[in-house]
Design a protein around this ligand. Structure first.
Ligand code: SF4
Length: 473
């Protein structure tokens, strides 16, 4: 009987992609995916190291898994991902019961590591050069979008970040291999691809890859059957006409740019070694606004970086107001072991971080609400994901008018994503849209996180009660 495995994935989309690749290798070695830890022969934790909390979660999970191991002594437990690369054998020393540890750069060695595992525990976190000669045996999860990594690692060494230490130097995958992977995802039925990299837009900079990132977008835009192209994450220092021009010209490239500013204080940006000033950053967001009208801009922001003054913080508020982000990922600075910022003096007290976090949160909520309210009355293209979850959608999504969609039996509410990456709930008469179907939706209501509307050619009016009801076109 073949062995069964389960993977718990923590952290970012890159980890999800890595888990799909690990799944590919394991199935190639005769393992079968399983969703019950008690029936698994191998359980892997694909970990994240971006914050201390993410690492602590791993130890809690290992504690639970140790109990399973007592019931099933043949169970093998493995830890991989960024935390495994950073801490290596120390994880096994601290947690006990761990049989296999491998780093983010050793995934392709999995067949050998499994063989070694037959005779005892294994730890391999030594970096190796990626093999870009052929496609990895990836086994993708469900959903409409497929992840495709275009590069690995990072050369930037921002002073707060562990990624260059856990994922190594930057390597760009050859564009022909990327195109092959996208084509194979399209053949499997995926309609949207998400290109992944720590800095997607520095693609091709440090290697023999023959294309720039803009060139790569143009190449992928020509792939038949593909409907949408997204990418994440872009670094401001590599953002310019090459990339934004391609976004403006390529039909399949979605109008959403995630461009992390991290801070609006020039001194803080210098100590973070981000490679740009706030004015240079805002010039790039202005270029995006000019070339990609109606596009959505999102960002990452850290408050409380060492030495962040009140003036620096006001700079962050100014950038948020000027850039007018659709949404942000907001973090309180937390020191990461081995990074230069960990030993910087002038750490900001926790209560100041909390105050600044809350001030940014409130400001951003107002901006998100206003942007979404201004979208009411517009028509957006939505890629249908499926029927809306009635209970949770009502709780989440009452909108600033307090309205909700009137249900007509049978329920005809669906959910999907717009090109600008907004979550849209909509009603639709007639046959229900299939998953992946593109539907034109008129936006009729909005909330901080999502939009609601009706599929065209239907029309809707706002009833006195604030509810929306369908009427004939
Ligand atoms: S660019 Fe900076 S923040 Fe992003 S992965 Fe590289 S070092 Fe980390």
């Amino acid at each position: 009987m073949s062995k069964r495995f389960m993977i718990f994935t923590y952290g970012c989309q890159m980890n999800r992609y890595d888990s799909e690749t690990i799944t590919g290798y394991l199935t190639q070695e005769g393992y079968e995916p399983c969703d019950d830890p008690a029936k698994s022969d191998l359980i892997l934790l694909n970990t994240c190291s971006i914050r201390d909390r993410a690492e602590q979660k791993v130890f809690s999970q290992l504690g639970r898994l140790r109990k399973l191991k007592r019931a099933n002594p043949n169970l093998k437990i493995g830890v991989c991902g960024c935390f495994a690369t950073r801490a290596g054998a120390d994880i096994a020393k601290r947690a006990g019961g761990v049989d296999l540890i491998f780093g983010t750069q050793n995934i392709s060695k999995l067949p050998e590591l499994l063989e070694e595992l037959e005779t005892g525990s294994v730890c391999d976190t030594d970096a190796i050069e990626p093999d870009f000669t052929e496609l990895a045996p990836i086994r993708r999860g469900g959903g409409l979008g497929a992840y495709v990594s275009i590069s690995r690692g990072c050369d930037n060494f921002c002073t707060f970040c562990v990624v260059p230490y856990t994922r190594g130097p930057e390597w760009s995958k050859p564009s022909a291999l990327i195109a092959g992977e996208v084509e194979s995802a399209v053949r499997e039925g995926f309609q949207e691809i998400n290109l992944l990299g720590q800095n997607v837009n520095s693609y091709g900079k440090n290697s023999d890859a023959e294309l720039t990132f803009g060139g790569l977008l143009r190449k992928l835009d020509r792939i038949e059957g593909l409907k949408r192209i997204r990418f994440m994450t872009s670094h401001p220092q590599d953002c310019g006409e090459d990339m934004i021009g391609a976004m403006a010209e390529c039909e399949k490239v979605c109008e959403h740019l995630h461009l992390p500013v991290q801070s609006g204080g020039d001194d803080v940006l210098r100590r973070m070694e981000r490679g740009y000033t706030t004015d240079e950053y805002l010039a790039k967001t202005a270029l995006f606004r000019e070339r990609v009208p109606g596009g959505a801009l999102t960002s990452d922001i850290i408050v409380g970086f060492p030495g962040e003054t009140e003036k620096d913080f006001e700079g962050t508020l100014r950038v948020i107001k000027e850039a007018r982000y659709d949404n942000i990922y907001l973090f309180k600075y937390s020191p990461r072991p081995g990074t230069p910022a960990e030993s910087m003096g002038d750490q900001v007290p926790e209560e100041v971080k909390t105050e600044r976090f809350q001030a940014v949160q409130l400001l951003q909520q107002d901006i998100s609400e206003e942007i979404h309210r201004n979208m009411e009355g517009s028509i957006v293209e939505v890629m249908t994901e499926g029927p809306a979850d009635e209970k949770s959608s009502k709780q989440r999504d009452r909108g600033h008018l307090g309205g909700e969609l009137l249900q007509i039996s049978p329920p005809k509410r669906f959910v999907g994503r717009s090109r600008s990456n907004h979550r849209v709930q909509f009603t639709k008469g007639g046959p229900p849209p299939r998953a992946g179907e593109l539907v034109e939706v008129e936006i009729l209501r909005s909330g901080i996180r999502s939009l609601g509307g009706i599929a065209i050619p239907g029309r809707a009016v706002l009833a006195d009660s604030g509810a929306l009801e369908e009427r004939a076109p």
